[in-house]
Design a protein around this ligand. Sequence first.
Ligand SMILES: [Zn+2]
Length: 269
Amino acid sequence: MRTRVNDYNNPMPSRVRSQRVEAIVLRHVDWGEADRLLWLFTRQLGKIQVVAKGVRKPRSRKAGHLEPFTRVELLLAHGRDLPIVTQAEAKDAYLALREDLVRMGYASYVIELLDRFTYEEGENVALFRLLAETLSRLNDETQPAFAVRYYEVRLLDLVGFRPQLLHCVNCGEEIKAEDQYFSFDKGGVICPKCGLKEPGVRPVSLPALKILRHFQRSAYAEAQRARLSATVDLELENLMGYYLTYLLERGLNTPSFLRRVRNLTTSEE
Ligand SMILES: [Zn+2]
């Protein structure tokens, strides 16, 4: 009996003999004697799993190009179960992420979130770009936390969990310029009037809400005009951390197309 890696549709149909892809290495595990299984997020095929043969041999030329966080250009060949890496050339190793523990921690968090919020479901160029740009920002910028807070907001958007920040998710009233509450369950801001009666909501300060709204509507260059104080950064780190964990525990076994269908129907009401 032949062993299959998992029940998974090969992203390269057998009529495609080989394909060039641009990818970011999410993670890998050792496989067999000298091989590795890699999870990649590619520009062309979205998230895929591939095999890199022989990369654990000391003289492997591909090995150094296939470390986690690396942006790499690959040639993939059709394999029986999974595509096989036949060529690999690192385009960006993001060296600062490997030399600085704080940056490495942020990069691991960014990669893990993307990995856990996505399925092997085909091309998603917007997500690929967000990931590649966020790793570059973490690598280059003096305030890596800023890039991560921005990433959280944009990621929620792209995986179908864009929080409602303009109207109370309970009564529908427009949100006013004052401290508010946030409901994980209802996916957005709750006004102070409703918040007092709603169990399980978390407070969100006006300055933190302003940042969230600004990030939600702005490209990065525009987003950078905002100043993120240490206090607001900490508040958002906690709020988004809890919210993302909540979503992951609750919803991620649901196929994402179902989430999207649900979002479509609620936004049409
Ligand atoms: Zn309300």
